[in-house]
Write a protein that binds this ligand. Structure first.
Ligand code: NDP
Length: 324
């Protein structure tokens, strides 16, 4: 039986990945910064909380990371933990760099130190492409990060590449474009749109406050993206790959689809709020995921409209929302 350690298991991707690995017969260990205090609502929602071992790891603490790796002795480590909001990274740049850049280095160094054959997956981000992202980005596109989050993710990416090259670690970065699900917290714009549209459809008179509606993103379905993570770890030679649908839509199109799915016109309910504009933002984000298809046989099955409909269906099923 293979053992996997998923750090950041309480999050969206961690929960779906845990479900996937359990279904594949892995013994799964999942970490949170404080497993005693964390409610693991996502794991509960997926019905898998009791099918895995949960532990606390402070990923910024080298000794703690080393101790956890020595105790769990995982075949595969998926590090999905870290400050994950681009918007918050402008408020908490140091916390962002520590939780992403330093933590990644801690894992790499601990694996090197133990000398074990542990494979390592790093949760990379399309935000690293920054200003370059107006063109379809692939594995050869240079990074031009435009937020503290993207700078931290770029640092983590290069640490992984360096340890792979210098010490032969089986370590890879999935450069994932945006992927969504009902497990996204409301501070992320997609879930905010879906939940507000659902409340308005149920009679709420609130307005939906949004920033720049003309930005565009490549939005996929999170459960498919964790499959790509696992597939990357099964490659004989670790390699960094872009994971995306290859289709880009504007935020306005996402909003329009969300309101249309509950029979409303978004223009009647959305207010543009300049306070929500970021100091620097990516206006466009385009992906070329051809290499992932070639090497993994992976291809996104769900497009933005599927994502909207599934998120809305789940939202309308939540207690407190009138189901249509
Ligand atoms: P989530 O925010 O849902 O989960 C991240 C987890 O990391 C949280 O559950 C939390 O666990 C832990 N965490 C949060 N803040 C910190 C911190 N300051 N220090 C240490 N740990 C922290 O993210 P997702 O599941 O959506 O994403 C997983 C990873 O993939 C993240 O690294 C994210 O940046 C990256 N990514 C996500 C994309 C997406 O579209 N979802 C796109 C590209 C990359 P706990 O509170 O239990 O400790």
């Amino acid at each position: 039986m293979k053992r996997a350690l998923i750090c950041g298991v309480s999050g969206q991707d961690g929960s779906y990945l845990a479900r996937l690995l359990i279904s594949k017969g892995y013994e799964v260990f999942g970490s949170s910064r404080d497993a005693q205090m964390e409610g693991f609502n996502n794991l509960r929602a997926l019905g898998i909380k009791d099918e895995m071992s949960l532990l606390s790891i402070a990923t910024t603490d080298f000794r703690n990371v080393l101790q956890a790796i020595s105790q769990v002795a995982p075949d595969e480590i998926y590090n999905l933990a870290g400050q994950s909001s681009v918007a918050m990274s402008f408020e908490q740049p140091l916390q962002t760099m520590e939780s992403i850049g330093i933590s990644t280095l801690n894992f790499l160094e601990a694996i090197r130190f133990t000398g074990a054959k542990t494979k390592f997956y790093n949760a990379g981000s399309s935000e690293c492409f920054g200003a370059a992202a107006a063109q379809p980005c692939d594995e050869g596109t240079p990074f031009r990060p435009r937020s503290p989050y993207a700078v931290a993710k770029a640092a983590a990416f290069w640490s992984v590449a360096n340890y792979r090259e210098a010490y032969g670690l089986h370590a890879c970065t999935g450069i994932l474009f945006n992927h969504e699900s009902p497990l996204r917290p409301e501070r992320f714009v997609t879930r905010k749109i879906i939940s507000t549209a659902a409340r308005i459809a149920s009679g709420s008179e609130e307005k939906l406050h949004l920033g720049n509606l003309s930005i565009s993103r490549d939005w996929g379905w999170a459960p498919e993206y964790v499959e790509a993570m696992w597939m990357m770890m099964q490659l004989d030679d670790a390699q960094d790959l872009v994971i995306a649908t290859g289709h880009t839509c504007t935020l306005e199109e996402f909003v329009s689809a969300a309101f249309a799915s509950v029979g409303l016109c978004w223009r009647d309910h959305v207010v543009t709020d300049e306070k929500l504009f970021r100091p620097t933002d990516l206006t466009e984000s385009r992906a070329n995921p051809a290499m992932a298809h070639k090497l993994l046989g992976w291809r996104a099955k769900s497009a933005m409209l599927d994502v909207v409909h599934r998120m809305m269906e789940a939202e309308l099923d939540r207690p407190g929302t009138i189901n249509h």
